[in-house]
Design a protein around this ligand. Sequence first.
Ligand code: NDP
Length: 479
Amino acid sequence: MKEINKLFIGGEWVESASGRMIEVVDPATEEVWARVPEGNGEDIDRAVKAARQAFDKGPWRRMSTYERAELMREMASLLKSNAEFLGEIESRETGKPVHRTKQDATGLHQWWHYYAGMADKIQGETIPFEDDKHIFTVREPLGVVGAITAWNAPLQLITMKLSMALAAGNTVVLKPAETTPVNAFEIAKLVEKVGFPPGVINVVPGYGESAGQRLTSHPDVDKISFTGDSATARKIMRAATGNLKKLNFELGGKSPQIIFPDANFDSAFESAVSHGFDYTGQACTLGSRVLVHEDLYDKFLERFKERAEQIKVGNPLEKVDIGPQANKQQLEKTLNYIKIGQKEGARLVAGGNRPSVDKGYYVNPTVFADVNPEMRIAQEEIFGPVVTVIPFSTEQEAIDIANNVSYGLSAGVWTKNLARGHRMAKELRAGTVWLNTFRYVRWVAPYGGYKASGWGRENGTEAMKEFTQVKTVMVDLNE
Ligand code: NDP
């Protein structure tokens, strides 16, 4: 049993106020495999105080951008050398296959390098106006950032939020999801090793309704950077009204992959399989709706059913394609949506059931065909290995179906017709449109949602706008 006894606040390991522990369940065995301290409102208050102090009075803001970047680069190399270990924990926490989590973890240092390089490139502008006035702007950090992360990709989300917030010169209180808090502590150990000034990064796991609520309503927190459910984002908006915090949200999705008859069929097909079921369907960008042109529909469906049935579901520590759902609540949610799909009259062509194992939150890859775009399984985020296949006949019909959901995170278009690809990119209401590729998310490219999929952008230089504010300076040049 992995046991972590203290919270990381103000550069020190401290007891939680309540002394209570969170038991972390392995979704593959349903057994408790780790225990971490439960932070509550009082612990959040202490962490915010430490972060405020570090921002207002500590060395962090006065450091040169070069020194700040040096620390971030050191963090990058520690993340790289610990990738295998961190990847193993991520697999234990989330149920994702360990060969995939280790591979994912090896890429995380890139975010830290990219944003370390950004620290000295955050610039304002000079504004020509009256001859006797000199007007210029500077971009300054916001202050204390509350980072709230979801359980589906803890390492990735923590990496993104920390590297962006710190490059801009903010300090951070991190509240990881209560079901996947372990790696947040491993990151805290690396933070300590690097020697970031005390209070720059604080880690307090706890329940959303207590620790999360306190962080989002705290008068000394300047911004919340949140990844999770749209319903939680609404609660955060209400909680943030006290001091009118800045907010950025990376929320759910119901992303379409649209396959035209002139597409490279094999590439489109492989993408529909891997980006439909990857991570047991628990990633916001996945292509959970596949829109297939009527000329290809029967051929696609026959092969898709066959491949869905071949996907190896099992213990994430073994060589499997997908593991279990990350927690019990998510398992129940997915099974409920499968029932809803059947009741709505969609045709179940694969899965719809659970593998016969004694333990673990497993669900078989599930395919619904002939799905009416108005059905709930085509409208709502399931976050399980359930793909809805929808036929279409014209370009306009594909656009209408793709856009007719509350989400707008991403969309994929498969066609060899360049003009059509660009027309589709223009019409699709999504934060990212991929043409002849899918789910290519990199540190350089802005990422975020339209509509109920979020506010603001992460990644790229755009992210710096989210983590800084503009100060205008006007100077009268007369004596
Ligand atoms: P949540 O939005 O509840 O969880 C995300 C984070 O928010 C967790 O750290 C959670 O803490 C915290 N939180 C919960 N309530 C509050 C609150 N009132 N104030 C502040 N923070 C809070 O997502 P769920 O875990 O409930 O997942 C539900 C659904 O959300 C999924 O089925 C999926 O559809 C979607 N989802 C989307 C993700 C994405 O990447 N877009 C990621 C995860 C989920 P705690 O863990 O203690 O609850």
